[in-house]
Design a protein around this ligand. Structure first.
Ligand SMILES: [Zn+2]
Ligand SMILES: [Zn+2]
Length: 319
């Protein structure tokens, strides 16, 4: 349990730092955009406003996910963190679309940039600060595997690329004076933001829609259960990843004539074997069954080989 508490503390450290950083960066970016009128800097400024929103969402999400189980949420609050990641990615998509519209307009009606030196200095400062934050987040992710902080870091990595894009844009404009470079770079930055957001959304949907664990992981679980003494077989293995822990359930086939106590011991051994795969960071539910009964099975319902015509009708049994 102490490991979980350290994890919680690290997650909060990363979330808090991210929030403070986002607040201070947004002022710099808005000021730099106001000074120069650069489209690339407007993309960075919108990105900065979003950093505040998304860090706030992460902040709330991590706090929510860290709450212990209660009467109303007996599976814990782990998905709160993934929901936070999902929402911030949606915000990114919206902002990306608005920026594409703005940059397209500037491409058609270009306007010259001002105060290029100040813009370069401010962008360079932001870049350094964000790079430090990404370093801290990577360190915390290696220890906690938090999906919200992974999403938040993804956002700040995008932020670094945005800042580099702004520097390139201001540099080229300063050297060549060509005023369509800036909206072009603004446009590519917006497309990049949307691409990143779509990746976060896809990852979050795995968790939110209870996608099954990968085949290799399912195979490891089956092997661990079959290795326990007294286990004849298992079926209807069903798994999901709730971000903070995995939920694993299955039907365990055993000798039907042993005592309830002996059967319970076999269930406990199978549970321990699965928990050992995840360092205890999982919840296992076992349904004990006398081997050989023909129950209504999920495995049979979803087996691709069984077409509706050849599938056997419902059989008596308690599953
Ligand atoms: Zn028990
Ligand atoms: Zn069964």
């Amino acid at each position: 349990m102490t490991g979980t508490k350290t994890n919680q503390r690290l997650r909060r450290l990363a979330a808090n730092t991210s929030f403070v950083m986002a607040l201070s960066l947004v002022g710099i970016k808005v000021a730099a955009w106001a000074l120069t009128g650069s489209m690339a800097l407007l993309a960075a400024a919108v990105d900065g406003v979003l950093d505040v929103c998304t860090s706030a969402v992460t902040f709330i999400g991590v706090r929510y996910a860290g709450r212990p189980e209660d009467h109303n949420h007996r599976y814990g609050h782990g998905k709160g963190e993934t929901l936070a990641a999902f929402l911030q990615a949606l915000l990114l998509v919206g902002a990306g679309c608005a920026l594409i519209y703005q940059a397209g307009d500037k491409l058609i009606h270009p306007t010259p940039l001002a105060a290029l030196e100040a813009g370069v200095a401010m962008t360079g400062g932001s870049l350094t600060a964000v790079a430090c934050l990404v370093g801290l987040q990577s360190w915390v992710i290696r220890r906690t595997h938090s999906t919200a902080i992974i999403a938040d870091r993804q956002h700040y990595v995008a932020d670094i690329i945005v800042n580099i894009g702004v520097l390139v844009s201001l540099g080229i404009t300063w050297l060549t004076g060509w005023d369509r470079v800036d909206p072009l770079i603004g446009l590519s930055l917006s497309l990049y933001l949307i691409w990143c957001a779509v990746g976060i959304i896809r990852g979050a949907l795995h968790v939110l829609l209870d996608e099954e664990l990968p085949k290799a992981e399912r195979a490891r679980i089956k092997a661990a259960v079959r290795g326990c003494a007294g286990v004849v077989n298992l079926h209807d293995l069903r798994t999901r990843n709730a971000s903070d822990r995995r939920f694993i359930e299955f039907h365990l086939e055993m000798d039907g004539d042993i005592t309830v106590r002996a059967g319970h011991d076999i269930c406990e051994a199978a549970t321990e074997a699965v928990l050992a795969l995840y360092g205890g960071n999982a919840e296992v539910l076992v349904h004990a069954e006398p081997a050989g009964i023909d129950d209504e099975r999920l495995d049979r319902r979803i087996r691709p080989a069984s077409s509706p015509l050849t599938r056997p009708g419902p059989t008596p049994g308690r599953g």
